[in-house]
Design a protein around this ligand. Sequence first.
Ligand code: ADP
Ligand code: ZN
Length: 760
Amino acid sequence: MTQTDVFLRTKAADRMTDPLHIIEVAIPLYLEKTFHYLVPETLLEQALTGRRALVPFGNRKLTGYILGSVTESSIANIKEIITVLDNEPLWTAKELEFFRWTATYYQHPLGEVIRTALPSGINVQILKVVDSEQGRLTGGKKALREKFYLPGSTTPPLRQPSPKALEILAVIRDSGDISAADLRKRFGACAPQLKRLTELGLSRVEEREVYRDPFKDHPAARDEPRILQTHQKAALDAISDCLDGKIFTPFLLYGVTGSGKTEVYLQSISHALELGRNALVLVPEIALTPQLTGRFQARFGGGIAILHSGLSDGERYDEWRRIRRGLARIVIGARSAIFAPMEKIGIIIVDEEHEASFKQSDGLRYNARDLALVRGRMEQAAVVLGSATPLVTTVHAAQEGRLTLLSLPERVAGRPMPLVELVAMKGSKETISTSLSAKLTETFEQRRQAIVFLNRRGFATFLVCTDCGKPLTCPNCSVTLTYHRQRGESLCHYCDYAVPAPGTCPACSGTTLSELGAGTEKLEHDLKELLPTARILRMDSDTTSGKGSHERLLFRMNDGSADVLVGTQMIAKGHDFPEVTLVGVVNAEASLGMPDFRAAERTFQLLSQVIGRAGRGENPGRVVVQAFDTEHYAIRSAAEHDAAGFYQQELEFRSEAGYPPFAFLAAFAISGLSEQAVTEQADMAASLLMRLKAELRVRVEILGPAPSPLYRLRNRFRRQILLKGSSRSDLHRLLSFWRQRATVVSAVRISVDIDPVDMM
Ligand code: ADP
Ligand code: ZN
C-alpha cells in the first residue's frame, strides 16, 4: 500500500538532510496508496503524526492526514506540504492501527477511512486555487487565507478581511464554534466582520436550539442500581472479571425481551468507570430516543456524549472534541460511534447486535458490530453483544466458544412471555382474521392498547401458493424468486434463474399463485372500519419522514392518547409500552419473500421482537400471528418462543446452502445510467474474476452477474455479482488482485461490499 518499500534515493530525497522532512500522508480519495511530501523548515514542529496538512495534489490543494515520517523516498519531484491544519493530534497511534485494520479488511483507502472516522465538521476542504499565480506557496496561514475559497462558495478573488475580522476568525477556529453572544463579550459589536467572514465562506452562521441539560435545574431523580436477579448477577460477574483482568473477552448477552439487559449494561459500565476505564455504547439509530439516553443520564449524571444523526455538523464536532479531551467517559451512539476518539476503553456494548443498521451501506461499508470486536481486542476491553434475537452467525460463534454466552432466559419480576396464537390464513382473502378482530375489539373495550404489525416493502413482490403457502424459490440459491409483472417472469436476483409466471407451485402443483399482499395503508383502513371510534396511528416510512414525527408517534402511544398502533418493522424495535396487551401480526411471511438468504433469520427476529412488545407491564400480553405458511420454522419458532429450535434449523440450512457462518461473502454492485454499459461492465468484472480465480486457484464461487433486486434506483441500472468463499483469505486475495487488474469506465460505478448485509 505505501511506497516505502522501494528505496531509491532521488534528487529530492538527496537534498534532505533530515529524514523527518519527509512524511507519509493519506489522502481522502479513492486511491489505494498513500503519498510522500516534504515538510518545509518552518513547519517541522507542527507536521506531526495525527494532524492534517494541506497538500498540493495535481492542480488542487487537499486535506491530507499525516501518518508518520519516513526515512527515504523513491518519489521524484516530491512536493512540499502547504500548511498544517491542526494544533493537536486528531487520532492516537492505537486509533491509527484500528483505521489501518479497517482499511485492509474492507479494502478501502486509508485516507477515506480516516475521513469517515473524523467528524465532518472538522473538514475544511479547500478545493481550488482562485488566484492564477503559480508557484510554491510560502506556507502559513496568510497564504491560505488569500488564495483559496471554500466549496460551494462563488466568491470572486478575495478581498483581505480586516485585522479585527481575522482576530475573530482565530477565536472561532480555536473554539470550533462559539455563540454570537460570547463573541460580543470579547470584541464588542462584530456583526459586520461576521458577515464578511461568512461571505468569504470562512465562517458559518447557524441558528441552534441551545441544549439545556435537564438535570441542571432539577438535580435529578437519580436512578439507583437495581438489585440484580440471578442471571443478571452472573452476567455482571463474568463481565466484571474480564474488566478486572484487563483481558479482551467477547460476550453474547442473550436475553429475552424485557429480561433486564440494559440493567446489566449499566452496572458493567459502572464497574469499568470505577476502574478508571471508559465505555462505548453502540445502539441502532432508532433506539437513540430520549427513553434510552435518559436512563443513562439518570444513572450516571454528566460525562455522557450522545452521537445521533440529528446533530448538526457543529454539534457533532463539539461532542467529538469533548470525547477527545477526555471530558466524556461514556459515549452512546449509532454505528459511526465505533470511531469515537476515546482512550482507555474498558467496555464496548453493542445493543441489539442483530440490527442491520450497524452496517454502513455506502462509502466505507463497515459493520460497527464487527469492528466493535476488533477495537475491543486492541483495547483489551470487554465487548458485550446484546440481543433477544442474536444473529445466526453470533449464535454459532457462541456455540463454538468464540464468544462467551451470558443468558437471561426470563423476564424480570417473573412476568410471563406473551401467549401466542398462530392463525392459518390458507385460502382466506381477509386481512384481519376473526380471531384478531375479536381480540382487537376486546382490548379496545378494556381501554388497553394494541399494536398491529405488517412488514410490507413494496418492491419485493413475490408469488406464494395459496394451497401450500410456499413462495416460489430459486433451485440454485435458496432465495425467493422476485415476481416481475411486466416481464411475466419470476426471477432469481442472485443467479438470474427465471421461470415464466404465474405457473404452478413446484412444491404441491397448486395452480393458484397469488401476489403477496396488502400494505399498512390498507390495514389502517380496515382497522378503522372494525373500530370506528378508536384512535389509530400508523407508523411506516411514509408517516415518519418529517423531523421528529417518529418521536411524536411514540409519545402518543406512551401517554395513552392512541389506542392502536399500525406499522412496519419500525414498531417492532425496542419500544417499551407497558399498556400494550395485544399484538397482531398480519402476513407473518411478508419478510420471508425478500430475495435474501437471511429472509428466515430476519423474519424470526422481527416476529420475536414484535411479539415481545406485548405484556411488558403489569398485565400479561396476547399475540395473534396470521400466516399462510404456519409450518415455516421461522414463524413457528417465533410463535412458540423456541429460539433454540430456530437457530438449529437455520444453521442446518446455512450449512447445506453454503452461506455464513459457513462461507464468507463479498458483493459487487455495478451501477450506471446506461443499461448497456452496466451490463458490459458487469460481464467484464465477472469474467476477470473467473480468470483470476483459475490463475490464483482460490476456492471462491462466483454467482452472477444478475440484476439487483432493486434493478433501477434513482435512474441507475444495477447489477450484482456475489462471491462466496469458504476461506476468507482466498476471498480477499481474489478481491485484491481484481482491484489491481480491473479497468472500469467512468460512466459505471463498481463497489465491493465485504460481508454484505443488504442484498437488494
Ligand atoms: P431489556 O433491555 O432486556 O428489554 P430492560 O433492561 O429494559 O430489559 O428491563 C425491563 C424492565 O425491567 C425495565 O423497566 C427495568 O428497569 C426493569 N428491571 C431490570 N432489571 C431489574 C431488576 N433486577 N429488578 C427490578 N427491575 C428490573
Ligand atoms: Zn438463483
